[in-house]
Design a protein around this ligand. Structure first.
Ligand SMILES: Cc1ncc(COP(=O)(O)OP(=O)(O)O)c(N)n1
Ligand SMILES: Cc1nc(C(=O)O)sc1CCOP(=O)(O)O
Ligand SMILES: [Mg+2]
Length: 213
């Protein structure tokens, strides 16, 4: 049984978004993980201050707080771990920076990359884009539930599906074996984030139990 939460909110620091408000709605609905993902234009000082505030909300809710890309921010703020991808520190280097116990996520879009990331020290994999997304540009084509399932079959660590995830699609991804889903736009762009969060929680409650691993 994997202990990582199964609903991940990834913060949206684009202008006009209510970052902390959305985090609050997600945590209240039972999201177990918040990943702080500052846009590139966000300074380290701002990223650190945001992480400290998100971490406090996570601690109060018993949730996990991760930081995307900026390992020094994760360490300085005392977050639970970090996430790296192809343009960030290599997984093995990130593991050396974070130490042996931190949660370390790595992006993997196929089974070969996934196995290598796990061998290098990743404790979970972010796999996508599951569906088309407008939140991040320059991504390859969507891999769909089947592509996510191919990675699930290749590794023992939890797979977190990301990219275009909505409540309806989350159900498909859980059925394909994803341990968790990670969400940006379906929460931060929702007219009613509390209702959106409740929708994700309802889908998780109805998901089939994971097979013992
Ligand atoms: C859960 C999860 N999966 C994938 C990503 C993407 O990380 P990366 O490929 O490094 O891209 P950026 O998010 O840094 O633009 C993620 N952040 N979280
Ligand atoms: C940050 C990110 N990484 C992806 C990947 O596939 O690696 S997809 C993505 C954006 C996800 O945003 P939304 O939930 O709004 O589609
Ligand atoms: Mg990255």
């Amino acid at each position: 049984m994997h202990t990582l939460g199964r609903l991940h909110l990834v913060t949206d620091t684009r202008p006009g978004r209510d970052v902390l408000g959305v985090v609050g709605h997600a945590l209240a609905a039972g999201f177990g993980v918040v990943q702080v993902r500052p846009e590139d234009a966000v300074t380290d000082r701002e990223a650190y201050e945001l992480t400290v505030r998100v971490l406090a909300l996570c601690r109060a809710a018993g949730a996990t707080c991760l930081v995307n890309d900026r390992l020094h921010v994760a360490l300085a703020a005392g977050a639970d771990g970090a996430h790296v991808g192809a343009d960030d520190l290599p997984v093995a280097a990130a593991r050396r920076v974070l130490g042996p116990h931190a949660i370390l996520g790595a992006t993997a879009r196929d089974p070969v990359t996934a196995r290598r990331a796990v061998a290098d020290g990743a404790t979970y994999l972010g796999v996508g884009p599951a569906y088309a997304t407008t939140t991040k540009t320059g991504l390859p084509d969507a891999i769909g539930p089947a592509g996510v399932g191919a990675v699930v079959s290749a590794v023992e660590v939890p797979v977190v599906a990301i990219g275009g995830v909505t409540p309806a699609r989350a159900a498909e991804l859980f059925a394909a074996g994803a341990h968790a889903v990670a969400v940006v736009g379906a929460m931060s762009g929702a007219p009613d984030p509390a209702a959106a969060a409740a929708g994700f929680a309802a889908v998780l409650a109805a998901a089939p139990p994971e097979p013992a691993r």
